[in-house]
Design a protein around this ligand. Structure first.
Ligand code: ZN
Length: 134
């Protein structure tokens, strides 16, 4: 089951500069900085009520974030939905005809198991499923 919007992922070119903007905007400080080596990204998280903002900066030119910035510029990169059981959601969405980028969950930032859906099957919006690791 999909429970809520867990976070919005925003592609930025410089996480430190963007943090100044978002910390001032939201009136709160970033609670976690984390690098996800397998994805070639540095992330920063800010809490907004029940949801979060995730800022993403590329750590190398082959990073998906570097490619996104090149193609589309800074902006909203993905919407992440929290699910209670990521494996059963992957199975359900695959049966519904959605294209999975990850057929099996992988480790993501912020203590999560994650899987992405291809924007081709989701109205050009990159969708992330995430489940808190227990
Ligand atoms: Zn995310």
């Amino acid at each position: 089951m999909i429970k809520k919007i867990e976070h919005l992922g925003i592609a930025v070119s410089n996480i430190k500069e963007s943090l100044k903007v978002f910390e001032a905007l939201l009136g709160t400080n970033c609670y976690k900085l984390e690098e996800v080596e397998s994805e070639g990204v540095k992330t920063a998280f800010l809490q907004v009520g029940e949801s979060k903002i995730e800022l993403l900066e590329a750590t190398n030119p082959d990073s998906p974030i570097a490619k996104f910035l090149e193609k589309r510029g800074k902006g909203i990169h993905h919407i992440a939905f929290e699910v209670d059981d990521i494996k059963s959601e992957i199975a359900r969405l695959s049966k519904e005809g959605f294209i999975l980028i990850h057929e099996t969950p992988k480790d993501g930032a912020d203590n999560k198991l994650i899987a992405f859906l291809h924007p081709k099957s989701t109205e050009s919006i990159l969708i992330e499923l995430c489940q808190e690791k227990s």
